[in-house]
Ligand binder design. Sequence first.
Ligand SMILES: [Zn+2]
Length: 348
Amino acid sequence: MFEKSTWITLPRNVLLGHGVLEDLGAALEDLYLTGRPLVVTSPTPNELAGDRVRAQLTDPETAVVDDASFAAVEEVVDVAEAVDPGYLVALGGGKPIDTAKMAAHRLGVGFVSVPTAASHDGIVSGRSSIPEGDTRHSVAADPPLAVVADTELLADAPWELTTAGCADIISNYTAVKDWRLARRLRNVEYSEYAGALSEMTAELLVASADSIKPGLEESSWLVAKALVSSGVAMSIAGSSRPASGAEHLISHQLDRIAPGKALHGHQVGVGSILTEYLHSGEEGEWRSIRDALASIDAPTTAAELGVTDEELIRALTTAHEIRDRYTILAGGVTEAAAIETATATDVI
Ligand SMILES: [Zn+2]
């Protein structure tokens, strides 16, 4: 008897391009949403685009949060209790969007993503995890109802946010390798379609690396398109597996060991060099990953991330402890092996 079934939830409207912020109202109307909108944003994006967003909404309320923390999610939930919103509009970089999607999940309402930086693939996915002390609050929720990514806004974001978004996409290479490994060794459910889409997204981005330069709006377009495509791969898979493997565990561990030193995308990029080496050794494709990162100005060493060699080694040797996701790190990497890996790849 055939017992397989799939449930794929995708964003309904994806608007990507120059000036599409002006079409937010039309995109919302097309979704037949009801109830008051609650805009979740942080101070800078609110100043930058808050009024243009609110002008297209009916009777909007705004919650301004400072960071992505569990407390920030609580703040939004508190505001929402008074407003009783029909949906949330997440406006900003990765942090307000992570906060909004977590709050939306708690409140049982949908959200619309209006990124002002193409800094990581969370702007399109329903997945997020926010660190809180020694634990993480994770949400595996639905993706945004709509994504309105205005390349004019994205191009104005600090350049390192765009290179972080690129590095997050480049890390798909090793994420997919970890996923395949987990399928072989742990019989983890694997989607050929999602795996191929995720890899192809990274390949297309690397192939266009020459057009990814500061000051070029096309860079933002290329990266945002790749982030959308990577988000779709996660939606098809029904998990973050296509875009998150051991390199993400290393990054999460760096967030705890050396908080606030480097951007998520930059950390996973360096993590990807290391885990590619662990997968395939000296002859593997770690050089291609490193060169792709270097070509777009993303960090390739611990020093460029602003963390010490010791911190990086500690992240690599403890990353497997984070959660039950089978990757190349499996039972852990010894300190000697971690030092050998990081040295051979010039990360330390
Ligand atoms: Zn990521």
